[in-house]
Design a protein around this ligand. Structure first.
Ligand code: G3H
Length: 542
């Protein structure tokens, strides 16, 4: 099939061509937000939520307005903060002192309600960030599974903490307790899953939450607000809508945030964190940029390498922090690899998120097409060619992938995280070349190596595992399964997330200890027998 620019011009549908299973009652006007257990009506200004999707009307196309959200003021944001502070009440609030069993019941209640919102959230994911229906459904289902896995992990943690130990004549019960108020901010590419991967563990460990939805993918949180309100005590989850630049700094400057959970760029993370008056008190859990490379060895199975590099570089148009953002291929097999990669790329379906098996869709960031254009022009000026038919062609928010070859260190795309459908490919003659790239990179999240020679693979594993945090053999880079650690070195991350690690990130070990004496044993036995404490307790959750 030959593609023409004319086909891109028709990529966007007319209103009549939008299938019933993608329709929503636009505009969705969100005029209230959750704070202190109630849906607070907002009568200030609103921010328009626009879609990456345009709709054709005759010869013109207009960007769809999905709806609007409150643009809350600094005062309103500070009220939300106070609500979280009061609900925590220096660790004496209902939520931080509640038994683990009861907290789990609240979370199960939330999840049962959340599941009823699946279709609405999936449709909003398609409209707000252009994610395909298949990937949107996966994002929702993966998030629900993440919650159930978190509950199981917490039960296990609680079971191991439910015994009283004795060392050197001192009894002790050691449990993990909450840290305080957690500010959760997620990214637009996984506005549900990545935000919940910090919010849920933070919540279930007894912290109270300030939840700032991502820049795009914000209205899809709206249906979940009532689930939060119904399931948790007042003030435990509070929403922050509005412009991050205006409201986040005053919140941080108050010194009342105890944990900063953020997935986004290191630039923004550093600005926010620096605003806290006592940085030593502030815990941070950060997922930041990455520039994960693939290294294709001379003996690689090229069918596997090309398939994994296609999904690795272009799933959700390359807008994943784990995406393959640089490909190194050995010079002896470069032609054969490129032929396979380009062939697979030419077969990828582009279109609207609801189209069956679609892979390439419009991009939500309004300035992204221009940024990608500049990256491509810079690479071309420094000697790269666009290898694929129509590579780099754009129509409004749709950007067809550009395969750039050969790339070198003079080009911006060698260093910058493109976070979009641009695939830089370089050749190497000696393995030290890609290894040096990884060593000199500011980032250290993951890498993929492709090869069949056992000794050569073993020789690569040892130097690379100390440069990145996950090395994928004959497989693309990815975060999942969510039970595995997700982290990074250098500027790529701070802290480790996985179902079990996250429970530790958002809690601290606290110990109740007593010397072995008659009076102490009497006190402890009375508390235990009569279940007088939620902390000093040997109750076992099944
Ligand atoms: O954007 C970063 C995500 O955590 C990537 O997750 O590798 O499962 O797509 P994924």
């Amino acid at each position: 099939m030959t593609t023409t620019v004319h086909q891109f011009e028709n990529i966007f549908p007319s209103y009549d061509a939008i299938p019933e299973n993608a329709q929503l009652p636009f505009p969705i006007l969100q005029h209230a937000y959750l704070v202190n257990g109630t849906m607070r009506k907002w009568d200030g200004p609103f921010t328009q939520v626009v879609s990456p999707i345009y709709v054709r009307k005759g010869q013109t196309a207009e960007r769809v307005v999905v709806g609007e959200i409150p643009h809350i003021s600094v005062d309103a944001a500070m009220e939300a903060l106070e609500s979280a502070v009061q609900a925590y009440n220096l660790g004496r609030g209902e939520w931080p002192t509640m038994s683990v069993r009861k907290r789990i019941d609240c979370l199960i209640n939330f999840t049962e309600q959340m599941k009823t919102k699946r279709e609405e959230v999936v449709r909003l994911l398609m409209w707000e960030i252009g994610k395909s229906r298949g990937d949107s459904e996966k994002e929702f289902d993966r998030t629900v599974q993440y919650i159930y896995d978190t509950i199981d992990a917490l039960k296990e943690l609680d079971r191991t903490s439910s015994r009283i130990q004795k060392e050197e004549g001192i009894y002790a019960q050691i449990r993990r307790g909450p840290l305080g108020v957690v500010l959760c901010m997620g990214p637009y590419n996984y506005p549900l899953n990545e935000t919940f991967s910090t919010l849920i563990p933070a919540l279930i460990m007894g912290n109270t939450i300030l939840f700032k939805p991502a820049k795009y993918g914000v209205l899809l949180i709206h249906p979940l607000q009532e689930c939060f309100r119904n399931a948790f005590p007042a003030g435990v989850v509070n929403m922050l809508y509005g412009e991050g630049k205006e409201i986040i700094n005053p919140i941080m400057e108050s010194g009342k945030v105890d944990v900063f959970a953020f997935i986004g760029t290191s630039r923004v993370a550093n600005i926010i964190r620096r605003a806290h008056p006592k940085p030593n008190r502030l815990r941070a859990c950060l997922g930041l940029e990455a520039k994960n490379p693939a290294i294709i060895m001379p003996d690689a199975d090229l069918e596997i390498a090309a398939s994994e590099c296609i999904t690795g570089s272009l799933s959700f148009n390359g807008q994943r922090c784990t995406a393959l953002k640089m490909i190194f291929v050995h010079e002896s097999i470069a032609d054969a690899f490129l032929e396979k990669y380009l062939d697979k790329l030419s077969k990828l379906k582009y279109g609207m998120p609801w189209d069956d098996k679609v892979m390439l869709t419009p991009l939500p960031e309004e300035n992204k097409p221009q940024y990608l254009k500049e990256l491509i022009a810079d690479a071309q000026a420094n000697g790269a060619r666009i290898l694929n038919n129509l590579g780099g062609e754009q129509h409004l928010s749709f950007c067809y992938p550009a395969v750039l070859f050969p790339v070198n260190n003079k080009m911006r795309v060698w260093h910058e995280e493109q976070f979009g459908p641009v695939i830089p490919i370089a050749t190497f003659s000696h393995i030290d070349e890609p290894i040096h790239y990884i060593q000199n990179s500011n980032y250290g999240q993951q890498a993929s190596i492709f090869g069949t020679d056992h000794d050569a693979m073993a020789n690569l594993i040892d130097p690379l595992v100390n440069q990145v945090c996950r090395l994928n053999i004959n497989s693309q880079c990815q975060r999942g399964p969510d039970k595995y650690p997700f982290n990074g070195r250098k500027d790529s991350a701070e802290g480790t997330l996985s179902v079990t690690d996250a429970l530790r990130v958002f809690s601290i070990r606290t110990t109740v200890a007593f010397k072995d004496s008659g009076i102490n044993r009497e006190i402890a036995n009375d508390i235990l027998d009569n279940r007088k404490s939620n902390f000093l307790s040997t109750d076992y959750i099944l």
